[in-house]
Design a binder for this molecule. Sequence first.
Ligand SMILES: [Zn+2]
Length: 85
Amino acid sequence: MFEDESVDVACPQCGQRNSLLVRALEEQAEIHFVCVKCGAGVKLEANEFRARLDAVRAELHDLEREAARGPAAKSRRPRKDDFNI
Ligand SMILES: [Zn+2]
């Protein structure tokens, strides 16, 4: 599931990407983590993050739709010839 995925959050101090569990972000209002590179304490507002997460999900949805247009999914779809558009 998507909730078991991690996301990369860039450190505001050094730009290092830190992996955070999406599930943790959904369960808490505020997430604190320590940058693995510079050790800075970073506070992340979950509400703010969720908005971005929604954008990521919308992007994923687009990717899935794009993938559905690929050869693997074609057999599941009616043939183009069946349609009169
Ligand atoms: Zn950092």
